[in-house]
Design a binder for this molecule. Structure first.
Ligand code: ZN
Length: 387
């Protein structure tokens, strides 16, 4: 053995090995926490929860609903749907859906959801606000990816990432860093961000104004990923909202909710909403409170009462025409039809869907013929990427 080789074996090689060992130790990840759904060690069960969400089921081919000849007959896009969340309880715990509420893979699956939209009398396309909670973001994103891959014509995916892991006091949105991390898992998957509820929760989270520091950091992320931004505004947030609409003309916004109205008992006063739409071409307003000025999407209403509500269209139409017709006609390019369905189990029933769309078609027929298609689907289509 040459002296050089001897030096290498005795000194350099052990030193190299020690150095490599230190590097490996430094690079090693901490021991995975088996309860963390984002770690592979629990993949089987999380995989099972995701698989349950996509359990195949038959979709009966129902005859198309018969429409009255006087109703609007064209396409209809629902611009407000809430897909159910995956259960986020600890693995191994019993999975039970809260009363009347949808829980993915437990009391509803994507096949069933898609079946409702195929048969409810709409065109079957919805703006879907997929919940992505930070504590289960990887399986939650996998669900979105699979839902969109499996039903590309149904779901226009928005990311809805509350920062509360189920706690009522957290922010309604994660911060910009976490949002970036989520958006990078499946690049270009999402078309929108929201719905983000910016209002104060009773006994819970404080309001989050559109010009708050947290949201100011989010708009550049929305711009970078080409996302439409969807808010449910809080009371008195009009000025803050307009500031943001003006500062971000290249971002498209949708909003809904009557929280801009300053009195609780009065009927819809649309003056504030009118003003915002007139001054800001980059904003759209979604109407889901048709049906005679009654808020029907509540757990205590239930399927039976809901269907009974539509027994006589005339008094309902009279009210809705009074409240909404001229408003929609004043902003023909900025108002969207939607339903805010998905949270309540009975809201995903095909019969309920048909009752909703049938009445909405009767209402749309009351609008100026030049505005009908815009409200029903064309304004929603304008928000979709052209590719
Ligand atoms: Zn909503």
């Amino acid at each position: 053995m040459s002296p050089a080789r001897k030096v290498f074996l005795l000194v350099a090689l052990p030193l190299t090995l020690i150095f490599a060992g230190v590097i490996v130790a430094l690079l090693r990840q901490p021991t995975p926490d088996p309860k963390d759904p984002n770690i592979n060690s629990s993949a089987d069960s999380w995989e099972k929860r995701v698989a349950n969400a996509f359990k195949p089921s038959e979709c009966p081919l129902l005859p198309k609903p018969k429409l009255d000849a006087s109703y609007y007959q064209g396409p209809l896009i629902d611009a407000h749907f809430h897909p159910p969340s995956l259960p986020d309880s600890a693995l191994g715990s019993e999975l039970e859906a809260p009363d009347d509420q949808t829980l993915l893979g437990v009391n509803i699956t994507y096949d069933e959801i898609a079946c409702t939209f195929r048969n409810d009398g709409t065109s079957g396309k919805v703006f879907a606000f997929f919940p992505v909670y930070p504590n289960i973001y990887k399986p939650a994103l996998e669900v979105v990816k699979r839902a969109v891959d499996q039903y590309p014509d149904v779901f226009v995916p928005f990311i809805m990432p509350p920062d509360n892991d189920g706690s009522p006091t957290g922010y309604p949105t994660v911060n910009s860093d976490t949002l970036q991390k989520m958006l990078k898992v499946y690049p270009n998957l999402f078309k929108g961000y929201g719905e983000i509820g910016l209002y104060e929760r009773q006994g819970g989270a404080k309001e989050l104004p559109p010009d708050s520091a947290r949201l100011l950091e989010i708009y550049p992320v929305a711009r970078e990923h080409n996302l439409v931004v969807m808010f449910h505004l809080g009371e008195g947030q009009a000025a803050s909202y307009e500031k943001i609409l003006q500062a971000n003309r290249d971002i498209k916004f949708i909003w809904h909710g009557d929280q801009l109205i300053n009195c609780t008992e009065c009927t819809q006063d649309l003056t504030v909403i009118d003003g915002i739409l007139s001054r800001n071409p980059n904003v759209y307003y979604g109407i889901d409170e048709l049906y005679g000025d009654v808020f029907l999407m509540q757990a205590e209403v239930g399927k039976k009462k809901f269907l009974e509500h539509f027994k006589d269209y005339d008094p309902l139409l009279k009210k809705d025409v009074e409240t909404w017709k001229s408003f929609i006609e004043r902003h023909p390019d900025q108002v969207l039809w939607d339903t805010d369905r998905g949270v309540l189990t009975w809201s995903m029933d095909i019969e309920v869907g048909r009752a909703l769309t049938n009445y909405s078609r009767a209402f749309i027929a009351e609008l100026d013929p030049d505005v009908q298609e815009k409200f029903a689907y064309k304004n929603a289509e304008k928000l979709l990427p052209s590719n």
